[in-house]
Ligand binder design. Structure first.
Ligand SMILES: Nc1ncnc2c1ncn2[C@@H]1O[C@H](COP(=O)(O)OP(=O)(O)OP(=O)(O)O)[C@@H](O)[C@H]1O
Ligand SMILES: [Mg+2]
Length: 348
């Protein structure tokens, strides 16, 4: 492929993330790959591990944080955060018509979804109705207010649309966990744990020590939104051989206990065809980030967990068995990881 200028700039975006978020190398790259695959991400992890910082740094590296950009006469925020709560209404996300007493007419009030980057915080705390409003907009890339439909993406004008939703892995009372069908709409679920080592933990402290401002303030603009659009187009053109296509096909099919009995020990339910499509897209973005114009099986294998972990339904008995062995909320991830390992071994 040769290194395109967009890829060079996207790599600078990754470097900018490294300066503001310590560790999470893989996770940061997966978030960027998801953006390039034109998907949306679910970030799962306990509070205070830089989930928000990661998305803000991403938007800042593209010069979008705190900015307003007008596209086709519609104003978009560069970055917008929506705190999901039980009383949040669908119109608080998308927008609504409001009466203007001066003109005696209804006017659209555009909601916070009119942005390049939308951070939907604690998505599982809102009611299913409000969750669906967001998920529908994610899928359609448009919202209708009154009788007018607004497009949230305009590729010819460098306008992309990316949603990162966060969720706490420990299911709390009074939350509405996303049903499988809605989880399936996220290209990936990025599972963020605690910092990997004592060194990382210390580095985080050092980064913050002696600063009044967040380290994020030092992230510079290194690429344009148009670079994201161009990179997305280049990702589409990454080649997939028959062999790799076959690999993705089998990986998808064999997550289903109907077709691979031994996976039934781990999974109740396997992955949908949409899951397979997302795995392929994410693998293309992954190959692109490695500077290759063709997907390899190793790209697909690397994206297997990120693309599938939220789509399989782990078998409860197995989760309980692992919980008893310790490590309370890692048991689910462990069952999923081991089940996917069974699938990968069966295919290769
Ligand atoms: N790995 C890290 N590298 C750099 N800073 C970090 C890291 N982890 C946490 N921090 C710092 O900790 C603070 C909390 O981070 P942030 O608000 O991004 O967390 P969060 O995961 O979004 O939490 P919450 O779930 O409460 O919203 C910030 O000041 C952030 O810079
Ligand atoms: Mg946060």
């Amino acid at each position: 492929m040769g290194t395109s200028s967009s890829l060079t700039r996207i790599k600078k975006v990754l470097e900018a993330l490294d300066r503001s978020v310590i560790g999470y190398r893989l996770e940061k790259k997966i978030v960027v790959a998801s953006l390039l695959a034109r998907g949306h991400v679910l970030l799962e992890g306990v509070p205070g591990i830089a989930k928000t910082t990661l998305v803000r740094a991403l938007s800042k590296s593209l010069g979008l944080l705190g900015e307003k950009v007008t596209v086709n006469g519609v104003e978009f925020s560069g970055f917008s955060r929506i705190q999901f709560t039980p009383d949040l209404m669908p119109s608080d996300v998308t927008g609504s018509l409001v009466f203007n007493p001066r003109t005696r007419d209804f006017e659209p009030r555009l909601g916070p979804i009119f942005a390049y980057f939308v951070l939907a915080d604690e998505i599982n705390r809102a009611t299913p109705r409000t969750q669906s409003a967001l998920l529908e907009a994610m899928q359609e890339r448009s919202v209708t207010i009154g009788n007018k439909t607004y497009f949230l993406e305009d590729r010819s004008r460098g306008k992309f649309f990316f949603v990162a939703a966060t969720q706490n892995p420990v299911e709390q009372e009074g939350t509405y966990p996303l049903p499988e069908a809605q989880l399936d709409r996220f290209v990936t679920r990025v599972v963020m744990g605690y910092p990997e080592s004592v060194e990382e933990e210390r580095e985080i402290l050092k980064l913050h020590e002696g600063r009044i401002e967040e380290p994020l303030q030092e992230v510079m603009k290194v690429a344009d939104p148009e670079d994201v659009i161009r990179a997305q187009d280049e990702v589409v053109r990454v080649k997939v051989s028959e062999e790799v296509l076959e690999h993705v096909t089998l990986l998808t099919r064999l997550t289903r206990p109907e077709f691979l009995p031994q996976v039934g020990e781990f999974f109740e339910l396997g992955v949908s065809p949409r899951g397979g499509i997302h795995l392929l897209k994410l693998s293309k973005a992954w190959a692109y980030l490695s500077g290759r114009g063709e997907v390899r099986k190793e790209d697909v294998n690397a994206m297997l967990f990120p693309a599938f972990n939220h789509r399989v339904v782990p078998r409860l008995e197995k989760v309980v068995e692992y919980e008893e062995e310790g490590g309370r909320f890692s048991a689910r991830y462990r069952v999923i990881r081991e089940g996917l390992e069974v699938v990968r071994k069966a295919v290769s």
